[in-house]
Design a protein around this ligand. Structure first.
Ligand code: C5P
Length: 301
């Protein structure tokens, strides 16, 4: 996440993520699932612009030129209090007693219902941005406790770590070293998936495979070793809900021998590539053969 001022406007650029490994360890008494997941930030960004609003209201608008938003997606993006950005703003005000308002403009490039963490990343950007704009001086641990109330992935985006192992619901974040940049091609099929629906379709399966092998592979930085350890427990239930997931994975198999996987609860899938040139070539083939959006990205630092 990067913050800078443009005159009176605070600009925050916040990334998407991929899950290189996601293991569901079991269902918890609170209805959530216990997870172990390795998340990496990627160079696909939403931008939020914040200005103080003397009226004291919180007002969210969408930049009409948002490249990630198709007309069908627009309906999935409410700009009222259901939006996680405004939930984050209100939570900050409730927690601190601050009565200040804000104009917030969202420029969206990260697709919705995609498993790329866009909504969570925006919520984290709102916490960090408004903490700055309103000079609230909340500590990192206070922001983390608010983040966990907004969603399971919000904590990952707060500290701008390139790579982290996340546990609990996903909100317990431990940074991991990223030894070298990795290159991916990501495909978001036209249809999205609801995280809740995918978790509800999950049937308790085999024992956990553990993250040791992929963390060791990450230390080598070698794409082929990492690719062999990609895993996502949600890929099967997501595939039951969406035929597009299986067809995107098949298309990815034809363009990368290194490894491919669905990210998060889908519906986006990615192929890990040996280098950027391979990702660019793969994207060229996929744009001709797949419906949906195709992105060439590398890990964000
Ligand atoms: O935490 P978040 O709001 O992103 O989660 C959306 C939904 O996904 C939850 O309501 C829950 O149904 C499911 N979920 C889960 N276990 C997790 C994270 C999410 O069951 N660890």
């Amino acid at each position: 996440m990067r913050l800078h001022w443009q005159g009176p406007t605070l600009v925050v650029r916040t990334p998407a993520k991929l899950n290189l490994f996601l293991d569901v360890l079991g269902k918890r008494p609170d209805g959530y699932h216990e997870l172990e997941t390795l998340m990496v930030s990627i160079g696909l960004y939403d931008t939020l612009r914040f200005q103080t609003n003397e009226s004291g209201r919180l007002e969210l608008s969408l930049d009409a030129a948002s490249p990630g938003i198709t007309p069908a997606m627009r309906e999935l993006l409410p700009l009222d209090e259901r939006n996680l950005i405004l939930k984050a703003a209100q939570l900050l005000r409730d927690y601190t007693g601050c009565a200040q308002g804000a104009f917030i403009q969202l420029s969206k490039s990260i697709p919705l219902q995609a498993g790329l963490g866009g909504g969570s990343s925006d919520a984290a950007a709102a916490l960090v941005g408004l903490n700055h704009l309103w000079k609230l001086k909340l500590s990192s641990s206070e922001l983390h406790s608010l983040a966990a109330r907004l969603g399971s992935d919000v904590n990952f985006f707060l500290d701008s770590v390139p790579l982290a192992l996340c546990r609990g619901r996903g909100e317990q974040v431990a940074a991991e070293p990223l030894t070298r940049p990795l290159h991916f091609v990501v495909v978001k099929p036209p249809g999205g998936l609801s995280t809740r629906d995918v978790f509800q379709s999950l049937h308790p399966q085999r024992l956990s495979c553990g993250s040791d092998a992929i963390r060791k592979a990450m230390q080598t930085g070698h794409p082929a070793l990492i690719g062999a350890q990609l895993h996502n427990s949600l890929e099967v239930p997501a595939g039951v809900l969406s035929e597009e997931v299986a067809s995107v994975l098949a298309a990815l198999r034809s363009v990368s021998s290194v490894g491919r996987m669905m990210t998060g609860s889908g519906s986006s899938c990615f192929a890990l590539c040996a280098h950027r040139g391979q990702a660019v070539r793969a994207a060229h083939v996929l744009r001709a053969s797949c419906r949906g959006q195709v992105f060439v990205v590398q890990t964000a630092t």
